[in-house]
Design a protein around this ligand. Sequence first.
Ligand SMILES: Cc1cc2nc3c(=O)[nH]c(=O)nc-3n(C[C@H](O)[C@H](O)[C@H](O)COP(=O)(O)OP(=O)(O)OC[C@H]3O[C@@H](n4cnc5c(N)ncnc54)[C@H](O)[C@@H]3O)c2cc1C
Length: 390
Amino acid sequence: MAAISAATAGHSVCIIDKNSKIGRKLYISGKGRCNLTNIRPDFISNVVRNPKFLYSSLSIFSPEKCMSLFESLGVPLKVERGGRIFPKSDKSSDVIDALYGELKRLNVEISFQETLIKLIAINGKITKAITNKSEYIYDNYIIATGGLSYPKTGSDGSGLEILKEINVDIIETKPGLVHILLEEPILPKGLSLRNVRVKVLNVNNITIADSFGEMIFTDTGVSGPIILTISSIINRIENLNKCKLIIDLKPALSSEVLDSRLIRDFESKSNQDLKNILLGLMPERLIRIVLQKANICGEIKANQASKELRKRLSYTIKNLSFSISSLGPIEEAIVTSGGVSVNEIDPKTMKSIKYKNLSYAGEVVDIDALTGGYNIQIAFSTGYLAGFSL
Ligand SMILES: Cc1cc2nc3c(=O)[nH]c(=O)nc-3n(C[C@H](O)[C@H](O)[C@H](O)COP(=O)(O)OP(=O)(O)OC[C@H]3O[C@@H](n4cnc5c(N)ncnc54)[C@H](O)[C@@H]3O)c2cc1C
């Protein structure tokens, strides 16, 4: 996108990419469907780090402008739940082909399978870009090397290392939108839960993240939409391995209402085992975990259950607690949090403050957002502004 806007503004542009094609990460985005933007009016509130930095880029290249650009390039789009925009064809390759076609139309040169290895900086200016194949002397340089997630797509963090060598301030990278690993030895792998509330409590039992919606158990922890959201919120918390992840299995019921429901169930099924009664309240595969965490034997008959036991059970249903061991690795994260400090960049132009002919765009910058098409739009908006402002 940076190349397209720079070439549209009349610059002669060359892209260097270590891959043999453009848009390898775009290709796998949105499960191959590419959720390329989002038209919710609260776009900014879905940005986790440095949302205000985006005011200029999002106003110059807004989600609406992004949509009209792709439609004008022959990619009809559709809106899905939550304002998410996809190509009508459900094919990310249509988005990539449109970008590639536009680069060709604008005579942008592309050198594939070439890796940037060094930038030479003299007196506050980049004087040369050195790759594994050649050296480039241009008037301006835009770094859009992405983060560290899914390194097989090309974004392996090498851009950040190159920038560190010329003293660019890099905010420590962390995984964003990633699964969470739990201490629990056995989990109901593949079990998905809808309409649950998940909270994370820190060492002082203070809630540091809270989300409602859908999640799934993996063999080593939890994943799914609300878990990914939570991971981006807690990824800079120290002592994460001392934090607890709490699942409220019945967020729509207050503790009192849940307790009355248990009283009714226990009375009407007084001769049944607790584990069978719980079938009406939760998926079978969760019952063992709930009973174990409440320290209750599932074979107890309802008519033998004390009030204290019932209260313990209802408390556990609303506070199913797991110890967090860590976040999933950055290589498996959907997005990288951290990167080039926004203090190094003029938000009105995306130009470096230290080096007057260097600009940044996309995930390489310390900005990340939740799922929903926000991250690609941020890459497009910052890219468009960087190219346009040369
Ligand atoms: C599985 C997955 C699904 C996703 N789905 C969505 C989604 O549906 N919607 C959404 O908004 N976001 C999604 N994202 C996030 C989104 O894809 C990224 O935020 C976005 O692609 C970032 O764009 P970018 O151009 O900054 O970086 P990238 O797309 O990572 O591109 C960086 C480019 O730089 C090149 N490069 C890196 N280092 C060098 C070097 N040293 N020399 C030469 N070339 C180099 C790479 O080869 C690559 O082509 C998803 C991410 C993943 C991993």
